[in-house]
Design a protein around this ligand. Structure first.
Ligand code: AR6
Ligand code: MG
Length: 307
């Protein structure tokens, strides 16, 4: 149990650190020359701000989804300086203006809904809380997504990331088999684009091609199908090393903050908070808040699983 607590904390802090470290390099091309976290990191962006909203709302609602409450929490926390995506900004501003919480996201992108990676980037707490209940994990991840991202690919990206967090938090870091991990991910019902990429990841893990080919085949962009897969790949290529997971994710370029946020969630869930340098944690913005919420989420998990 002690380890599980450390993993909840590692995953939440790993997300914020990945977001914060990657934020300095957004939009650059591979190979990004990544400086030390202590030189450039500390301040987080929309990824962590929205994850904080998910945590706040789940914690106050006993781990259940309350759409109005979560949407209002996202609106309350919204700070434009955190560099939100344009779709998410528009949706949250319309909710702020009084539209029903479940309407603007459906109407976004001419009614198609967003498939940006903004649902996947905030989903880590759902993967942690429901790591031993896949049906519930899928339901809640989908519900948390649709406040801003109703397109199937946006929602599926969040489910895929949440399930990867769930598998990571349960895996033994000494014996984790990346190919077995991938087989479990492939058991999810997802659109073809995800299955194609998950198959590619499995091939790359057995025999890695040059990094620029991995980037061109998996993508490093702000849409979910072009960011969740490479986050999973970078995690599974470096499962024993928290630093390498984040560093390799940022080196790939593109949407570095969100990709490192997602791979950081996975590495922290597997390796626990002890794998994160203490001086990194110390400089993290709002670290006390994130630490407390991670602990509260773990206590909620214990409470729910003792019933
Ligand atoms: N049709 C065309 N383009 C789309 C569609 C669609 N249905 N859906 C998304 N896009 P958004 P996010 C493109 O705005 O997902 C921040 O830096 C479109 O270009 O909903 O919350 C975060 O940190 C759209 O603007 O935002 C993330 O890194 C973009 O995908 C990132 O932005 C993102 O979708 C995504 O944030
Ligand atoms: Mg961001």
């Amino acid at each position: 149990m002690k380890h599980l607590r450390s993993r909840f904390l590692g995953s939440i802090l790993g997300s914020v650190i990945g977001d914060s470290w990657g934020a300095s390099y957004e939009g650059r091309y591979y190979p990004v020359d990544v400086e030390d976290f202590q030189l450039v990191g500390g301040n987080y962006t929309d990824d962590s701000e929205m994850m904080k909203g998910v945590l706040e709302s789940l914690l106050i609602n006993n781990g259940e989804f309350n759409g109005l409450h979560m949407a209002k929490t996202f609106v309350k926390n919204y700070d434009y300086r955190r560099r939100y995506g344009p779709g998410a900004t528009s949706v949250l501003m319309q909710i702020k203006d009084g539209l029903p919480w479940d309407r603007p996201a459906k109407e976004a992108f001419y009614g198609a809904g967003s498939f940006g990676n903004g649902a996947a980037m905030r989903i880590c707490p759902v993967g942690l809380l429901y790591h031993n209940d896949l049906a519930k994990l899928e339901t809640i991840a989908d519900q948390v997504s649709v406040i801003t991202h109703t397109h199937r690919l946006g929602r599926e990206g969040a489910i895929l990331q949440a399930y990867a967090v769930a598998l990571a938090v349960q895996a033994d870091p000494r014996t984790l088999e990346p190919i077995e991990f991938m087989k479990k991910l492939r058991s999810l019902q997802l659109s073809k684009v995800y299955h194609q990429k998950l198959e590619r990841i499995e091939t790359y893990l057995s025999s890695p091609p040059p990094v620029d080919r991995i980037i061109s085949q998996l993508g490093v962009n702000i849409i979910a199908p072009e960011s969740v897969p490479i986050a999973i790949y970078n995690f599974l290529s470096n499962t024993s090393n928290f630093y390498e997971v984040l560093h390799s994710s940022i080196t790939c370029g593109g949407d570095t903050d969100t990709i490192a946020c997602m791979s950081g969630a996975l590495a922290g869930a597997l390796l626990g908070v002890k794998a994160i340098p203490k001086n990194w944690i110390d400089i993290l913005e709002d670290v006390d808040i994130f630490q407390q919420m991670a602990k509260d989420l773990f206590d909620l998990y214990l409470k729910k699983s003792s019933k």
